[in-house]
Design a binder for this molecule. Structure first.
Ligand SMILES: Nc1nc2c(ncn2[C@@H]2O[C@H](COP(=O)(O)OP(=O)(O)OP(=O)(O)O)[C@@H](O)[C@H]2O)c(=O)[nH]1
Ligand SMILES: [Mg+2]
Length: 457
């Protein structure tokens, strides 16, 4: 069956300076030729690859509707691996819709979400990890997440997996050669001799698998609970970190009753800031529910910002908060209200917390130092090189299956199982890695992956 030619608006909906229509498939260039009249008089179908051509876009009735730039790129060195064309129009939704409708008259149909990238994958222009990195890159909410996605797109994680994949493939090929051609002079297959390589591969897979936790933080944000007794200034701190008034603040203790969550990028790190109800004993049932939510937020938090009112002595409630925050993996004591005279025993706080920041949520003094401190703490555990961080469950799960199969193979070899039993484990590992990069993949999984994309990508 002849491949269909597809088109979609590739830029975000709404008015903008420029809007791009993207076309891919065997008829891409001829279809655009029919709706675009180059200023230089040369037919668009004869235009040079990757060279912008200025001209007029025609609507369904052949009437001029915009002055645009169009560019063609012919297979196979294109994003999709097919002939492609792009129309760079003025960013009016009406113009873009009309341009698309004109193309639909030229044996072109609307592209489905992710269809351009799916074609790139099916045509071998990228593997699945790279294809998923495209979606990650578009979704990236922080520079760190974008950098990792860009490196994945460049093939950083893929190369690692492909290296392991081809080593395992060699191993299996060697075994089959020995079994199938007993008369040939091939080095004997000694399962024990593959043990060091197998262990190294298991180690590499394990590192990748562990990187997933970090990857999740990159894309989902680090859960950061802002805790403290009522009136310490938690909501004011949230607002100061966000740079706008998100939460209600007041001098009445117990203002915040429910947890409030907002994402923020501080010094390149994506955080999920959670403002909480002040921790205290209370008879108010609604406030009690809020306090329970505060405790739940603390249990799940990866970082706690323990807010203390520097203008008052430490109270029992502050000590309780400090106790409870110990369970969180990382914490910073935020001594607030630095615009008022310091009354709180700072030495006591310094003795309990290795990270202490003195700020004023009211006039934002010390907030940038706090942001830098947060970024520093979270980057402390040396990150793996960008691009070698797995960012989705599908990838992490496939890596885990591959590692488990290789573990079974290595343990089996040590216990003296037959080579073919060990090989069937290695084959299972190969299959899992093949699914990761998309070498061996069921149609339904591919479909599910590309549904995540936006139309036009
Ligand atoms: N002077 C001064 N006042 C502050 C500062 N930060 C907060 N406040 C004041 O302290 C009071 C309590 O602030 P909130 O941010 O509502 O305190 P909270 O910890 O969220 O309180 P609850 O929601 O009741 O638990 C308000 O009157 C704020 O204006 C600060 O840095 N300096
Ligand atoms: Mg509050």
């Amino acid at each position: 069956m002849r491949t269909e030619t597809i088109a979609a608006i590739a830029t975000a909906p709404g008015r903008s300076a420029i809007g791009i229509i993207r076309v891919s498939g065997p008829d891409a260039v001829t279809a655009v030729s029919a709706v675009f009249r180059p200023e230089n008089g040369k037919p668009f179908s004869e235009s040079e690859d990757r060279k912008m051509v200025y001209g007029t876009l025609l609507d369904r009735d052949g009437l001029p509707i915009d002055r645009i730039l169009a560019v063609a790129a012919r297979a196979p060195n294109t994003y999709t691996g097919e002939d492609t064309a792009e129309l760079h129009c003025h960013g009016s939704p009406a113009v873009l819709a009309e341009g698309l409708l004109a193309l639909f008259r030229q044996r072109v149909r609307q592209a489905l979400p992710g269809e351009f990238t799916k074609r790139a994958f099916l045509n071998g222009r990228m593997d699945l990890i790279q294809a998923e990195a495209v979606a990650d890159l578009i979704d990236a909410e922080s520079a760190a997440a974008a950098r990792n996605a860009a490196a994945q797109l460049g093939g950083a994680a893929s190369r690692k997996i492909t290296g392991i994949y081809s080593r395992l493939l060699d191993l299996i090929a060697h075994f089959h050669a020995v079994v199938d051609y007993p008369d040939e002079e091939i080095d004997p297959f000694l399962p024990e001799s593959c043990l060091p390589a197998l262990e190294a591969d298991i180690q590499a897979l394990q590192t990748l698998e562990q990187s997933f936790d970090r990857g999740r933080l990159l894309t989902e944000g680090i859960k950061t609970a802002i805790v403290g007794r009522p009136n310490a200034g938690k909501s004011s701190l949230l607002n100061a970190l966000l740079g706008y008034d998100r939460a209600i603040t007041s001098s009445i203790p117990g203002t915040t009753r429910d947890t409030i969550e907002e994402k923020a990028v501080l010094d390149g790190v994506l955080l999920r800031l959670i403002d909480t109800a002040g921790l205290r004993e209370t008879k108010d049932t609604i406030e009690q529910l809020g306090v329970e939510r505060t405790r739940a937020a603390l249990r799940e938090a990866e970082l706690a910002l323990v807010v203390l009112d520097g203008s008052e002595p430490l109270r029992t409630e502050d000590h309780i908060v400090m106790e409870e925050a110990v369970a969180v993996p990382r914490s910073i004591a935020v001594v607030n209200k630095s615009d008022l005279p310091l009354v709180l025993d700072l030495d006591f706080v310094r003795a309990r917390f290795s990270n202490v920041c003195v700020v004023s949520a009211l006039d934002s003094a010390g907030i940038s130092t706090l942001s830098a401190e947060i970024a520093r703490i979270l980057d402390g555990n040396t990150p793996p090189p960008a691009g070698e961080i797995l960012t989705n469950v599908r990838q992490a799960e496939a890596v885990a299956r591959a590692r488990e199969s290789l573990r079974a193979a290595a343990d089996g070899i040590r216990d003296g199982i037959t080579p073919d039993a060990a090989l069937s484990d290695i084959e299972a590992a190969l299959a899992a890695l093949g699914q990761l990069t998309g070498r061996t993949l069921q149609e339904d999984v591919v479909g599910r992956i590309f549904e995540r994309f936006c139309v036009g990508k």
